[in-house]
Ligand binder design. Sequence first.
Ligand code: NAD
Length: 424
Amino acid sequence: MTQPLSYVQHRPDNPWSTYLAQVDRVLPYLGRLAHLAETLRRPKRALVVDVPIELDNGTLAHFEGYRVQHNLARGPGKGGVRYHPDVTLEEVMALSAWMTVKNAAVNLPYGGAKGGVRVDPKKLSIKELERLTRRYTSEIGLIIGPQRDIPAPDVNTNAQVMAWMMDTYSENIGHTATGVVTGKPVHLGGSLGRVKATGRGVFVTGREAARRLGLNLDGARVAVQGFGNVGSAAAELFTGAGAKIVAVQDHTGSIANPGGLDMSELVPQAHREGGIGNFRACESLDNESFWDVDCDILIPAALEGQITAQRAERIRAKLVLEGANGPTSPAADDVLRERGVLVVPDVICNAGGVTVSYFEWVQDFSSFFWSEDEINLRLDKIMVDALRKIWDTADQHRITLRTATFAVACERILMARQERGLYP
Ligand code: NAD
C-alpha cells in the first residue's frame, strides 16, 4: 500500500537518488530491523517557503527556501543551511537524510535536518543578505527551535548568518534563545573550535585511516577540492602533520605545486579574495586535470556529485576523505573499491562539525563554556571511537566503510523508531 513520494524526481544523478541507493546497500545488514527501512526513504517533514525581500534599489525579489526534517526518532533535527543558486528540494532532502545517518553514526542525540535558499548570495549586498536570512528564519520559525530543530552553517553561510538567525528567532518568541542555532559567534553563545571543527574531523578520521593503511602523513601528498570552511581547515591541519598540499581547486580555478603549496599564504589570501584563482606561487591547472593529480590523499570538500565513475577511474590517491556531503556517486564508489582506493565517507568523515555543534548546544543550555583544548580533545575521542566501531563492522561483514557507517547508524535510528512505536 505504501505510495512512492510524488514530490521528488528520481533522476539517477540527483543526490536523493544517491542516498536511496546507499540505503538499498545497507538493507542486508539490518537484520530484523530491515522491515522498518521505509522510514529512511521518506522525510518526516518538508517545508517549502517563499522568501520575499526588498532589494537595495527598492524592487522586490522572491527566493525559494526549504527546511527538511528527515527523521526525528533520536532527538531534535540538526543540520546546516545552504545558500546556493542550484539548491533544490531533492538536494536538501538528501542532505537532511545524510544528517540523520551522520548524527547517529557519532551517536549524537539528534535526528537529521537541513535547510537551504535558492540564491546566489554573492549577488546580494550585506543588507540584502541580512533581510533574506531574517525572512527565511521567520518562515521556517514554525518548525525550528532549541528542542525541535537546530540549524547551523553550511555552504555560503557563516557565524554572521547564524547570529541573524538567532536574533530573528529570539525577537519572534520574545526572549533570547541562543540554542536555536549553532556555529554562532563565540561572544553570542558560540563554541570555541566550531569554525574549524569539520576540517579537524576530516583530519582526525584521515589520520586514523592513514595509520591503518600504513601511510605516513609526514611527506604525504594531499589534493583538496573546495577551499572554504572545511577544505582550508583540513589542509592546514594536514600541513601541520607534515603533509604537502600539492593541488587545490575551488570555484575560481585549480592550482598545483608538487613541492607543496604554502598554506600560510594561500589560506589568508583565499579568505581575503573569496577564492584561490589569483594565487601566484603555483602552476595553474585546467579544472578537469585536477582529478589526474598524483597524490596520496584526495579531499573533496566542495559540493555533491563531484566524483563520477569516470573521474574515479583516474584518481591516483590511495585514500579519499569526504569533507563534502555526497561527493561520490554509487557507481564511482564501486570503481574506487575495485581499484583498492579507501573512501572514508562523508557520514563519518565530516561529522566533526556537527559534533562540536552538539558541544555548543550543550554549553548554551548550561551557560558554561569549555576551553578549546577540552573541545578538541573530546572531538578527537568521539571521532576515533566512532570510526573504530565502523571499521570493525566493515571488517566483520567485508563491506565498505560507507555501508558500515550506514549499518551502525541505521541500526540506532531504526531501534529508536521501534522502541518509540508507531503513533497513534
Ligand atoms: P564553503 O562555502 O565555506 O566552501 C565551499 C567551497 O567549495 C569554496 O571553496 C568554493 O569555491 C568551492 N566550490 C563551490 N563550487 C565548486 C565547484 N563547482 N568546483 C570546485 N569548487 C567549488 O562551504 P563549506 O562549509 O566548506 O562546505 C563544503 C562542503 O562540506 C559541503 O558539501 C558541505 O555540505 C560540507 N560540510 C560542511 C560543514 C560545515 O561545518 N561547514 C559540515 C559538514 C559538511
